[in-house]
Design a protein. Structure first.
Length: 128
């Protein structure tokens, strides 16, 4: 499920990103994305490709990875972000929820380190 008001657009200095045509209240689930779960061995191979920047660690031990369908891999990183993602390991779904109100035409962002306020470094140079 992807809310119909979401769209993909170029994000200044970040490639493509996810934006909204309408204001979104805090606490709104904007996407529920099924995932393809891959083994740790497959992740080693993916880490040698461009796909490394688009996969998510998966499982309680983070010993696997997943490829997400939908828009999930196009949300850009920001800390703090305006959305947070949650992983359902049993159902193999990731869902994205707003953590504050979002304005029309604003980019939706997630924190690649998990919690929307996590300030841990990422593997690339993050834009402000």
């Amino acid at each position: 499920m992807i809310q119909t008001y979401l769209y993909i657009e170029q994000s200044q200095g970040r490639g493509r990103g996810v934006f909204t045509r309408e204001p979104i209240p805090e606490g709104t689930v904007v996407e529920s994305s099924p995932v393809l779960v891959l083994t740790g061995e497959e992740r080693v191979l993916l880490d040698q490709t461009l796909l490394h920047d688009y996969i998510f660690e998966w499982g309680e031990g983070k010993d696997r990875c997943c490829v997400a369908w939908g828009y999930l891999s196009l949300y850009n990183h920001r800390s703090p972000s305006n959305c947070e993602y949650f992983m359902d390991y049993e159902e193999e779904i990731v869902w994205v929820k707003t953590v504050r109100p979002i304005l029309a035409n604003e980019e939706l962002t997630i924190n690649y380190n998990g919690s929307f306020q996590n300030d841990d470094p990422v593997w690339f140079k993050a834009l402000p």
